[in-house]
Design a binder for this molecule. Structure first.
Ligand code: 2HA
Ligand code: ZN
Length: 275
């Protein structure tokens, strides 16, 4: 068996390539992590090495103690993942205290996990607990139109959620809980990790002002599809605002309520305000 033939590794690599093809991963932009299933850990354990040192995560994630994650590497380019997986991605093990990690596979030649590891792990912890273990994927990308909107819309959850919902009928069905907005912050550290994980208790998507999308989901399809849907909606809004500062018509609050009923989703009333 070749480790690269395993479905979860193939799915991870495909998501990196798909994200690059969308134009969301210039240079080393963006990062992806996947919380492995127990049976997947067993399948690949024979490839693991214990030679690498334990390192500080930079935050505490006690509910992830003993878990294994597939992760993109710090400074690595998404466009290279498919060509040389072992150099650009790797598997990390979390220690029993939830404060340290070590690389057990991949990330060869001394490479290290994504600089956003604290944000990824804190959000994995929040989403694991909130979803009863179902959420496994955390994805960060530099989606162009979402970033553009953070210069012209007020950085408020209710504004971004409502504007994105209005741009495409499927949006409230794809992200019924809405989107959160994190003000501009220094990337890579504990502060942005804490701010994002607070929002992710409520949402599956957080928008980092002037930076990109941060989102969570059960599998690669759902998580990529979520980022794709948010960015598509943002693109429509950018086009609309380029044509006119105002809308001649749009989807109304009562129409969202009918949509929610028909598609059996709950849309929080806080986003269905009268304008
Ligand atoms: O360069 O996207 O947020 C990786 C990043 C940091
Ligand atoms: Zn980034």
């Amino acid at each position: 068996m070749n480790i690269l033939d395993l479905e979860f590794i193939k799915g991870f690599i495909r998501m990196c390539s798909d994200g690059f093809a969308q134009g969301w991963h210039e240079r080393n932009g963006g990062n992806l992590t996947y919380r492995m299933k127990d049976e997947e850990v067993k399948q690949v354990a024979c490839y693991f090495t214990n030679e690498r040192e334990w390192d500080e995560i930079g935050t505490e994630v006690p509910h992830l103690a003993g878990e294994y994650f597939l992760t993109t590497g710090s400074g690595k380019f998404f466009r290279n993942v498919e060509l040389a997986p072992q150099e650009n991605i790797g598997i990390v093990e979390i220690d029993e205290t939830g404060t340290k990690y070590r690389v057990v596979w991949g990330l060869i030649n001394g490479a290290v996990p994504t600089s956003e590891l604290p944000s990824h792990l804190m959000n994995h912890e929040v989403k694991k607990l909130a979803s009863n273990g179902k959420h496994r994927v955390i994805y960060h990308c530099h989606a162009t139109n979402v970033i553009a909107l953070t210069f012209v819309l007020p950085l408020k959850d209710e504004i971004f959620t409502r504007e994105l919902w209005e741009m495409a009928t499927e949006c409230p069905v794809v992200f019924p809980s809405g989107v959160g907005v994190v003000p501009w912050m220094v990337p890579g550290g504990k502060d942005i990790a804490v701010a994002t994980s607070e929002l992710m208790k409520k949402y599956d998507v957080a928008i980092w002002a002037h930076h990109g999308i941060f989102c969570s989901g059960e599998n690669f399809d759902i998580t990529f599809g979520l980022a794709h849907t948010v960015e598509k909606s943002a693109e429509i809004l950018v086009k609309m605002l380029s044509m006119s500062p105002t809308k001649l018509q749009t989807i109304q609050p009562d129409e969202f309520r009918s949509l929610a009923k028909a598609f059996q989703v709950t849309l929080p009333e806080e986003f269905l305000y009268q304008k």
